[in-house]
Design a protein around this ligand. Structure first.
Ligand code: ATP
Length: 254
């Protein structure tokens, strides 16, 4: 059921001042599926994203993406290999236009260091190709009427869409979304869900962090539950959400 994982991780640990933020013995992310990473606040979900994508360094551990060992690999190289992530707090640059945001890796633009880390030098000199690809994606995400608007003028949900579209610029095989639904108004919720399902339909693997269990039930094929840095359960949504260990993990946090 869960063979041929796109990511495997072993003994990945990261602690901050004595607290084990991440202490994952073993984790597999199934290929061409939508996996939800859930768990109470502080469970280590974002830290795990940071570690897997090269934004943070673990105390120990090893992990592979599609046959590549990624320990010590810089975020933009991870992205080039086909594994890209978004951020819990949307990292869209308000003072740049929508198109400029899409083209962040295309030229040496000043930008937030996080985004430079992710997109720097990604596309060399292929200017026309980059613009054409950005246009296709903006159309798909219904942002094509906003191409030349400052990103600051977008709604919270549109920023989420822009961030997702920008991540796709690297032509990833694995898309990691950190709380894609947070701050999105109900009018855009369905559209975001559809986009996530489309990524899978187009052959990509999706891993997303989410607190909204309604969304998890509706889009996830597989659920991984973290609590206090560890993976405490995994399975299909129907099974995991009835698991006493999962219910405990959530209740224990309140
Ligand atoms: P949430 O659902 O609230 O986003 P999370 O599951 O993503 O939570 P993390 O943000 O990964 O959890 O945090 C895991 C633990 O690591 C928490 O105890 C947090 O306080 C701690 N932590 C994370 N980053 C740092 C940091 N840079 N410095 C110190 N402690 C940190």
């Amino acid at each position: 059921r869960k063979r041929d994982p796109i990511v495997t991780a072993k003994n990945v640990t990261r602690s901050f001042g004595g607290i084990n933020a991440v202490d994952v013995e073993y984790l597999e992310i199934p290929r061409n599926k939508i996996t939800a990473l859930i768990g109470p606040n502080g469970a280590g979900k974002t830290t795990l994203f940071n570690l897997l994508t090269g934004f943070d360094t673990p105390q120990s551990g090893e992990w592979q993406f599609d046959g590549h060992s990624l320990e010590g690999v810089a975020p933009y190289k991870v992205a080039r290999l086909g594994m890209v992530r978004t951020f819990q707090l949307t990292k869209v640059m308000g003072k740049l236009t929508v198109m400029e945001n899409m083209r962040l890796g295309a030229k040496d633009q000043p930008g937030e260091s996080l985004l430079r880390a992710l997109f720097k030098g990604l596309w060399g000199g292929r200017e026309k190709e980059i613009t054409a690809q950005a246009e296709v994606l903006l159309k798909k995400f219904k942002l094509d009427t906003k191409t030349d608007d400052y990103a600051a003028s977008l709604s919270g949900g549109q920023r989420k869409l822009l961030e997702m579209a920008r991540a796709l610029m690297v032509r990833p095989r694995l898309v990691m979304l950190d709380e894609p639904m947070a701050g999105v108004n109900p009018a855009l919720t369905q559209s975001l869900l559809d986009h996530i399902k489309n990524l899978k339909a187009e052959g990509m693997t999706v891993l997303f962090v989410e607190h909204d269990m309604h969304m998890v039930r509706h889009v996830a094929d597989w659920v991984v539950v973290m609590a206090e840095g560890r993976v405490v359960a995994e399975g299909t949504p129907g099974v995991v959400m009835k698991d006493p260990a999962v219910i405990d993990a959530y209740l224990g946090a309140h």
